[in-house]
Design a protein around this ligand. Structure first.
Ligand SMILES: *Cc1c(COP(=O)(O)O)cnc(C)c1O
Length: 404
């Protein structure tokens, strides 16, 4: 066990609560349709890429499985291999596709890859050939580009890819997918435009005689906003596909920031979701400084009155964004203590002048709740002018993840 006091606590019950709540909503969207039985009900793919958004793959993959998740989504074959060790029976999707030379691993670990480019199909087909894989035994999910221009096959390339799929009998197209890139913009027509493109592409695939089982779209924003469900279910009904969404952030208890305004449904979600992560450290030592004394590198903070300062065992090498220097705050004894001066690599100084009784060993919350106060991933993101996803994935490996 690590003894430098800088660690993250993950509430597995919060994570499980979030998963169950999201799945319940997904299922409720399937009600009243042919797809209401659990065999055909809308599904969720729990996104646990990037070490479960910095929360720790081992803790979160187990919690997801305990909450009933069948599907886990990770970025790479490497991450998928780690997930396979934790969850021997899960369906594991490699969402950024295989790299050259990884086909054999994909088969050995029973992974499913997202594919969209010719060379990826070749890689998988060659591995299947080497392994003497039977017909239809290697599942692939085909990503369709509906406007993000990141991953995915566009309408121009689609024929080539479909023809290629037919050349490789070991490969079986089990799902189609696309990514909604502006589901957090309630006023935008982007999502509707994406669905129109998606519908055309799916139709083309259906006409080519291919019969994948699944269609998955959308992230937390799409799931929480709720508006994408109708369009997804429509296409699924039309082409006998089973719907799935891929929440990430919401599983960890945060709702994305919507712009230019938040939908009432999202505001409700914000209340219902439970943040799973609390980032803690301890006070190392306490000192008093006098007017005119400076704090930290380059003396960017100058005291104008006597102050009490607490030194904390955390710095930017732990992932505490340096942009929080002279801007962010932490919680000590249930109160907010401003970060003053520049955050160092391993240490940070906070102002505890107005918090009586602070002493070494006091527990400090960097992110999360302490008594009645709370600092969220969104607070950190606002201070650092980024998004909460980056805040969580910035917490570095030397910060131990403990499940509580
Ligand atoms: C990361 C990712 C998600 C999850 O996004 P959130 O906004 O965190 O819910 C869904 N789908 C794909 C393809 C992703 O890469």
């Amino acid at each position: 066990m690590q003894t430098r006091p800088c660690w993250v606590e993950i509430s597995t019950s919060a994570f499980e609560h979030n998963y169950r709540l999201l799945r319940q909503t997904a299922r409720s969207h399937g009600l009243g349709r042919a797809a209401s039985e659990s065999e055909t009900a809308p599904e969720l793919l729990a996104i646990v890429k990037a070490d479960a958004y910095g929360h720790g793959l081992e803790i979160c993959a187990k919690a997801a499985e305990k909450a009933g998740a069948r599907w886990l989504g990770v970025t790479s074959v490497e991450e998928a291999a780690a997930a396979r060790r934790i969850c021997p029976d899960a369906e594991i999707l490699v969402i950024s596709g295989p790299f050259r030379g990884q086909g054999a691993d994909v088969l050995a670990q029973r992974l499913t890859c997202v594919v969209w480019d010719s060379w990826q199909l070749q890689e998988m087909a060659a591995a299947a050939n080497d392994a003497n894989s039977p017909h239809d035994s290697v599942p692939v999910h085909l990503e369709l580009d509906t406007g993000m221009s990141r991953q995915g096959v566009d309408s121009e390339q689609l024929d080539t890819i479909l023809a290629q799929l037919c050349l490789y009998p070991a490969l079986r197209l089990t799902a189609l997918m696309t990514h909604l890139y502006a589901a957090d913009e309630p006023d935008s027509i982007t999502t509707e435009t994406q669905f129109k493109t998606l519908s055309l592409l799916v139709e083309k695939i259906h006409s080519a005689g291919l019969r994948p089982q699944w269609l998955h779209v959308g992230n937390s924003a799409a799931l929480l906003a709720g508006s994408a469900w109708n369009r997804l279910l429509e296409i699924c009904c039309q082409f006998q596909l089973r719907p799935m969404m891929r929440p990430g952030l919401a599983l960890y208890g945060l709702a994305p920031q919507f712009s230019p305004y938040e939908l009432p449904a999202v505001a409700e979600w914000r209340q219902a979701l439970q943040p799973a992560l609390t980032w803690k450290t301890k006070v190392v030592s306490v000192r008093t400084i006098q007017p005119g004394q400076t704090v930290g590198y380059n003396g960017t903070f100058v005291a104008t009155e006597p102050m009490r300062l607490a030194l904390l065992a955390v710095g930017y090498a732990d992932g505490l964004k340096r942009a929080l220097s002279n801007r962010g705050a932490v919680l000590v004894r249930g109160k907010r203590a401003p970060i003053i001066g520049r955050i160092s690599m391993d240490q940070t100084v906070v102002d505890v002048t107005d918090i009586p009784g602070v002493t070494p060993e006091d527990e400090v919350v960097l992110l999360g709740r302490q008594e009645d106060e709370c600092i969220t991933g969104d607070d950190h993101a606002a201070w650092a002018q980024t998004v909460s996803w980056e805040i969580f994935t910035s917490i570095t490996a030397r910060v131990e993840r403990r499940s509580i």
